[in-house]
Design a protein around this ligand. Structure first.
Ligand code: PHB
Length: 553
């Protein structure tokens, strides 16, 4: 594993230090914008982006317009905001890696069994990066996200990964520590306290010695502990997961707890045995896993970028769009791709694909495969492009801007709702009103009888078992109306939002007044916009829920 320092010089304008002559400048700058947005939690003003990247305002504007066109950001008033669409980049890495799909369920089951959080992490240079999180909903819980990067020396998995470090890896690690003693390159962890300059080298020596000790212990024991290395109270025990077919260390599974529940010194006796049993089951799963099933390559990307260029002109930076789409050529069963594979999957010319790959390699997002230096693979660093801030979203959060846009477009109130567990009521989970004098205003959290609302009817029409003739018709036509059944003067139309399995998990509607629109008008003029909104919410939901759990409320 080539270990680079986390504070690489790619974030300033231009190609940064050491960029190859063929690097695609706009791609370097676009990636810098995505990383800055992700590092800031997902939202920045163009001015703040300008300052953070050192790019000219006009460049920032063209990059964000291009990213907006790609569905990776939206422009919200004065802010640039990452959208769930950008998770397709991280999804490409996680799908190609396959470990979350193969091992995630075992991690979830262990978390249920122990009632503690369980994570899977991979090495990323001299850090560790989470690829799966089974978190507990409790008041005192750890909240690292999928894609978060932590310094190896402050974690239990890091000690296990460092058992495989070369002398070169160690010296890079020491360099990084010297250049960034407070861990500012790792926004997910609290910074170390500012050392007094005179004590700096003493402290660095102490950290290095302690880490070396922990790595030796990890090599001897085959497991590792984190006794409050990140934060007071936070403890973890970790075990390595090997691929039985290659013998290689592929990831580390950890159970995370709190000293109030499990003091660190007790973890080897309390949590470790069950962690090890789970890891044995994971390794057995890896031994018997069927070969990966390649999904369809993302078709027509080059055609799409050409059309977007024609439409948007100089506001669309085509080389950035093309470069980013190269990352989506990877996926399950497409983990190591040759230049020819990438060109074929994206529809780009070999020359364009090659320059994009070289640029990504320079940025640390792509590497050459260990077994074949003409094959390219994605690195865990792809998760830096927006995954962590979006991996804790909910359906209502991702629906809100879409509902807002719909309400503005049709001049009527729009809402999202789910069915209550007993199926008798709908509960409103998000909404956007209008500024009209007479407007429908149903607060988030409100419950209404399902059978009397358009939202409830589309959801009931998705139920298993025999349906009433009316619900059967709603199911066939794909939308439901409600005409003054709830309240006189109130008229609405609703369509379902389906999860990745096709189940209707929520519904969106537009509500109006009988004096303003006839039923026919609702169907003819509101329904198409409503469908477009539901499709957009559904697309976001499918992208976001591929590797993270998205709560429905
Ligand atoms: C985590 O999964 O959040 C975790 C794992 C190992 C650590 C710290 C945190 O050492």
């Amino acid at each position: 594993m080539p270990a680079m320092t986390a504070v690489d010089a790619d974030t300033r304008a231009g190609g940064g230090a050491g960029a190859p002559a063929e690097a695609v400048g706009p791609l370097v700058r676009g990636v810098a914008v995505l990383r800055r947005l992700a590092g800031a939690g997902g939202t920045l003003s163009p001015g703040a982006l300008e300052r953070a990247t050192g790019l000219a305002r006009s460049t920032v504007d063209r990059i964000t317009a291009t990213l907006a066109r790609m569905g990776y950001v939206r422009l919200d008033g004065r802010d640039v905001v990452l959208t769930p669409g950008v998770m397709e980049l991280g999804n490409a890495y996680l799908a190609a890696l396959r470990l979350p799909a193969l091992l995630g369920a075992r991690a979830d089951a262990l978390a249920d069994e122990l009632d503690e959080s369980v994570s899977l992490a991979v090495p990323d240079r001299d850090g560790i990066r989470f690829i799966h999180q089974a978190t507990r909903r409790r008041a005192l819980s750890v909240s690292f996200r999928i894609g978060d990067l932590l310094p190896a020396e402050r974690t239990a998995p890091g000690a296990l990964f460092a058992t495989e470090w070369t002398e070169e890896d160690w010296s890079r690690w020491r360099e990084r520590r010297a250049g960034d003693p407070r861990d500012t390159a790792f926004p997910a962890v609290p910074p170390r306290p500012d050392p007094v300059p005179a004590a700096l080298s003493d402290e660095a020596d102490a950290v290095a010695a302690a880490f070396a000790d922990r790595v030796r212990a990890a090599r001897r024991d085959g497991w590792a502990l984190d006794d409050q290395l990140i934060e007071p109270g936070l403890v973890a025990v970790s075990a390595p997961v090997h691929d039985p077919r290659t013998g290689r260390l592929v990831c580390v599974a950890s159970v995370v707890s709190h000293t109030s529940r499990h003091p660190a010194e007790e973890l080897p006796a309390t949590l470790l045995p069950r962690l090890r049993t789970a890891v044995e089951a994971m390794e057995a799963d890896l031994r018997t896993a069927p070969p990966p099933a390649p999904g369809p390559a993302p078709a027509g990307l080059a055609t799409w970028t050409t059309a977007s260029k024609q439409e948007l002109g100089r506001d669309f930076v085509e080389s950035l769009a093309r470069g980013l789409t190269v990352l989506t050529a990877f996926g399950e069963g497409r983990s190591a791709l040759s230049l020819t594979d990438v060109a074929r999957a994206t529809g780009l010319s070999r020359a364009t694909a090659r320059r994009a790959l070289l640029t990504h390699e320079h940025l640390g997002l792509v590497a050459t495969a260990a077994h074949d230096d003409r094959a390219f693979i994605l690195t865990p660093r792809v998760l830096d492009l927006g995954f962590p801030p979006l991996s804790r979203t909910s359906l209502s959060r991702l629906a809100e801007p879409r509902l807002r846009a719909l309400a503005d477009r049709v001049g009527e109130a729009a809402a999202l709702a789910v069915l209550t567990p007993d199926g008798t009521e709908v509960q409103y989970t998000a909404g956007a009103g209008t500024s009209r004098v007479l407007t429908v205003r149903i607060p988030v959290g409100a419950r209404l009888p399902a059978a009397a609302t358009s939202l409830g009817r589309v959801l009931l029409a998705d139920a298993d078992g025999p349906l009433s003739p009316e619900l059967a018709r709603i199911r066939t036509q794909g939308y439901a109306l409600a005409d003054e059944e709830l309240e006189s003067g109130l008229r609405s139309v609703a369509v379902p939002v389906r999860d990745r399995t096709g189940r209707a998990v929520a519904a969106v509607n537009v509500a109006t007044h009988t004096a303003r629109r006839t039923l026919e008008d609702c169907v003819r003029h509101l329904l198409p916009a409503l469908h477009a909104t539901a499709d957009a919410i559904q697309r976001d939901l499918h992208t976001a829920s591929r590797f993270t759990r998205v709560p429905m409320s």
